[in-house]
Design a protein around this ligand. Sequence first.
Ligand SMILES: CC(C)(COP(=O)(O)OP(=O)(O)OC[C@H]1O[C@@H](n2cnc3c(N)ncnc32)[C@H](O)[C@@H]1OP(=O)(O)O)[C@@H](O)C(=O)NCCC(=O)NCCS
Length: 325
Amino acid sequence: MIRIAPMSPVSAEKATAWHAVLVASLADDLPDEPRPTPEQVHAQLTAEGLDSRRLFWLATDTGGAVVGVAGLRLFTSPGQDHLAELELHVHPDRRRSGVGSQLLAVAVLAAKGERRRSLITAAVDGGPGDAFCAARGFRRVLTLDHLLLDVARADDAQADIEHPGYELAGWTGTVPDELADAFAAAKNAMNDMPTGDMDYGSQTWTADRVRAMAQVLADRGDLLLTTAALGKGEMAGYAEIVIRAGETRRALQYDTAVVPAHRGHGIGLWIKAAMVRRLRAEHPGISEIETDNTQDNTHMLAVNQRLGFRSHRRTHENQLDLPTT
Ligand SMILES: CC(C)(COP(=O)(O)OP(=O)(O)OC[C@H]1O[C@@H](n2cnc3c(N)ncnc32)[C@H](O)[C@@H]1OP(=O)(O)O)[C@@H](O)C(=O)NCCC(=O)NCCS
């Protein structure tokens, strides 16, 4: 017998139980990946998201042991309020006995109750999540290649190339006020990023929203580094790197975008090379950067390969279409 209960409020004890299941699950599926710390997990479970609400459930056996966890992110901004995102993990020792299906059923019910038409979830290529999604009616809508850069061996020489009419800017955390509107405009350029068949919707960025995004990361204790190219009175492009709280090894690439009018001039490579150089100088302990690329984003892939990023692993976004009646 398995009992599924909402995790509300998120106590320290429940967050610890969640972390234990998550770490055991990741160790099984991705043995070489860095594991989230208890502090990172606690912060993610308790801190406010940007334009989203989250619901959590724990699956417990008759002895009171937590054997599975599920989280549902409900997007709330007007372009994305049709969408919910699922995170689901079952302890490796307790798989193939229906726990995942029970957690999924509860999450689907909640998503329907919130009038969501699409539920998305990520699964490792060839892993159990992949097979589970196929068995439970999800379809693959997007494939992401995850790449890793060994910072010590990265080629950042492109940071020295002159780009007449453009200059580099960089900041940590919240964007400086004088760049906030230009940054929001550049972020809106990300709306043309490839999302495959995913029912992802669109996000509209404003100066207030970019500040809110930085605040969400700060509240989690994460560090946000941004490098941007300014030119012709606007922000031509930018790259964001996040170092999660307590992280000692890996930085995560968030957005990289070049505004359409400025594409084709090596601005993307320039910004990313400058970011690598900055990371080396400011955070010498960080030894690798992870990024992901859709397979059809050939320009971004070329930039990443030029810097020295190498293929690491592959995940799929899976989508379940929910009846809306
Ligand atoms: C995916 C996951 C949540 C499944 O949990 P689970 O409790 O084992 O799932 P269930 O027992 O309810 O499995 C339901 C069906 O999915 C399919 N399935 C699940 N795991 C499978 C596997 N390893 N190989 C093949 N089919 C599998 C089967 O059809 C299974 O039915 P069956 O056991 O009667 O054959 C679990 O493997 C896990 O935590 N994986 C890592 C996290 C992850 O990938 N999450 C994202 C996916 S939502």
